[in-house]
Design a protein around this ligand. Structure first.
Ligand code: ADP
Ligand code: MG
Length: 597
């Protein structure tokens, strides 16, 4: 829908929002509709409560006029009748809100799960890319802002039908009692709603500003709290405090604006009360002229008061909606994307691969404007071969492996696996055949075994395989020394592991996959030379039956390879092994051969 898309993106003026299919309310509608049973129950309760109110009003009027004539017993009975109506109404009100909150919270919970489910399928580029949404802000949208959405949904459910019922019931009473007075009220009320609607639009803008400043604050916090080591090592506590102060005060300004508006708008709505009061005065004047019975007058006064109530409630709900709309848009925008890496409908599963990898004239750049990271690159890795990549940092080594995993697609050229374009293989299948030890080791909360058997997190983790992988990765010794061995939870303590230990867990995770292709992206860089030697020995035994792409800085690791490539300026150049050996045949010190290894 190009037109809706254009309208929306121009309104928001952001490059991240590509194609939002519909209005915020349409976005949440299916989720709310799914809770129809709870909503129906809630609305039935609201009908009961309005019914009680409608019975209450004339009874109250009657009682007020005949009270003087009743004896104490009769009076007690009548008062008890009224009171029981009140009690029933309270219970119904409670149930109404309980059901409707449950509907709202359940709907938003499903929205959250759906949003996350789509979010994880976004291209890696979204999570790494520059100018994208910072991860802290993404988290903020799914946690804090989703709560705002729940408030909005509840406000809508709780005011739409229930308030309309009350409004109709009271209006009917009023018309029955005095059409003239009702006519006057009917003139005042629409006027007020116009004012309220206008104010609501302003409130929406203000609350949008407040939300984005809160998101910025939490994105900033996320970043700093994760880098406390660097903060302290650089004596940056004070400068970070003053940065935080700036963000916090920025947020304060926005919050103040929002709060002021939030208080101001309902106050305006309360002016309706004044309109109501004026009507009452008029009613009193008419009553004193004997136009109608004073018992009716009491009923009319109560009706007006009870009519203003739902109108005020609708005004509040309208504000709530105006505030919730941006939160809904921002939440759904996370799932609103055109995938860059697309799986062909006729892509096939590959049961096994030999591991023959070809890059044919591959050109790739991250952004259209930048120079290519890989420039018409050609490479052939034969099955079972171990190939090392060296070169300056930023040379594109990691990028090359990302292309093989189809985390990005090259702009031109082809990548073949066993002579088949990887675009013809299903993504799950392709990635399942490639074990990756990434440059930045990621451990998840969960046990050691779960971190190694991460591939089978949903199914059953094969402990034999876990132990075998740990042995090969030379991780058994330190795992044994952890408080609960393989069952040690890394949730809190993940960071307590040393860099080398984390790296060995990552290697074990890749080995657990039992894939025929292995990518080791600076996998041994954080190991001390003793454990590096041990891991290398075990990797050497693997290289026999795996195709291995190893990106390394250490000469010893580089020498493990059958062939060595230098990747620089987007071009590959094969380097002879002898370049890494000194004259006596020992590994040369890294810098001696002029290569940045
Ligand atoms: P290496 O692994 O050899 O150190 P990389 O493959 O990580 O190099 O990076 C190659 C170049 O691509 C660098 O200039 C880097 O800044 C850039 N780059 C890497 N990832 C991204 C990304 N997600 N978006 C934009 N540019 C990127
Ligand atoms: Mg790298």
């Amino acid at each position: 829908r190009p037109s809706a898309f254009a309208a929306l993106s121009s309104r928001r003026g952001s490059v991240n929002c590509e194609l939002l299919p519909s209005s915020p309310l349409q976005l949440i509608a299916p989720y709310v509709e799914a809770e129809w049973e709870l909503i129906l129950k809630g609305w039935l309760c609201s009908a009961v409560s309005v019914y009680c109110l409608a019975r209450f009003v004339p009874k109250m009027g009657q009682l007020s006029s005949v009270m003087g004539r009743y004896g104490p017993e009769r009076l007690l009975v009548e008062v008890m009748k009224l009171a029981s109506l009140g009690v029933i109404r309270s219970v119904a009100c409670y149930l109404q809100q309980a059901y409707l909150w449950e509907a709202a919270l359940r709907a938003v919970c499903k929205i959250r799960v759906d949003v996350f489910g789509k979010l994880v399928h976004r291209d890696l580029g979204f999570f790494e890319g520059r100018g994208g949404i910072p991860t802290g802000e993404v988290a903020h949208r799914i946690t804090a802002e989703a709560k705002d959405v729940a408030d909005t949904v509840f406000a809508l459910l709780n005011t739409s039908l229930p308030n309309a019922l009350q409004l109709m019931a009271m209006a009917t009473q009023m018309v029955v009692i005095s059409p003239v007075l009702s006519f006057i009220s009917a003139l005042v009320i629409p006027l007020m709603s116009l004012v309220v609607a206008h104010l609501g639009e302003r409130l929406r803008k203000i609350s949008q500003e407040a939300q984005s400043s809160a998101a910025r604050l939490s994105a900033y916090l996320n970043e700093v709290l994760q880098s406390m080591l660097v903060v302290k090592a650089n004596n940056a506590e004070l400068s970070e405090t003053s940065r935080f102060q700036k963000f916090a005060y920025d947020d304060l300004t926005k919050l103040l604006k929002k709060r002021r508006a939030k208080v101001f708008v309902p106050e305006i709505v309360k002016v309706i009360h004044i309109g109501g009061t004026l009507l009452l005065c008029a009613a009193a004047v008419l009553a004193s002229r004997g136009l109608f019975d004073s018992s009716y007058m009491v009923s009319f006064i109560i009706s007006v008061a009870l009519l203003v109530d739902p109108i005020e409630g609708m005004g509040k709900a309208f504000n709530e909606l105006k505030q919730g709309e941006p939160a809904i848009e921002r939440l759904f925008n996370l799932t609103n994307f055109r995938p860059q890496v697309i799986e062909k409908p006729n892509a096939v599963d590959r049961d096994s691969v030999a591991g023959d990898i070809k890059f044919c004239d591959v050109t790739f750049r991250y952004e259209e404007t930048t120079r290519p990271v890989l420039d018409r690159l050609n490479l052939h890795i034969r099955p079972g071969e171990t190939v090392a990549f060296v070169g300056p940092s930023g040379g594109g080594k990691t990028t090359l492996t990302k292309l093989l995993l189809r985390l990005y697609d090259p702009q031109s050229g082809q990548i073949l696996l066993d002579d088949e374009d990887i675009k013809g293989i299903r993504l799950r299948s392709l990635r399942g055949h490639i074990g990756l030890v990434s440059q930045d080791v990621a451990l998840f909360s969960g046990t050691v075994a779960e971190n190694i058997g991460y591939k089978d997190l949903m199914g059953e983790i094969n402990m034999e395989l876990v132990e075998k992988a740990a042995r090969t990765a030379n991780a058994v010794e330190f795992i044994r020394n952890l408080p609960d061995g393989y069952d040690t939870d890394l949730g809190q303590k993940g960071s307590v592991l040393s860099g080398g230990q984390r790296q060995r867990l990552a290697i074990a995770r890749a080995l657990y996959q039992e894939s025929s292709i292995l990518i080791l992206d600076e996998a041994t860089s954080a190991l001390d030379s003793r454990s590096e030697g041990l891991v290398r020995q075990s990797l050497e035994s693997l290289t026999a039956n795996h195709t291995v792409l190893v990106i390394a800085h250490r000469v010893e690791t580089v020498l493990m390879a059958d062939r060595i490539f230098l990747l620089d300026g987007g071009q590959l150049e094969e380097v002879s092994r002898s370049a890494f050996l000194s004259r006596d045949g020992k590994p040369a010190p890294p810098m001696a051969n002029g290569l940045i290894v």
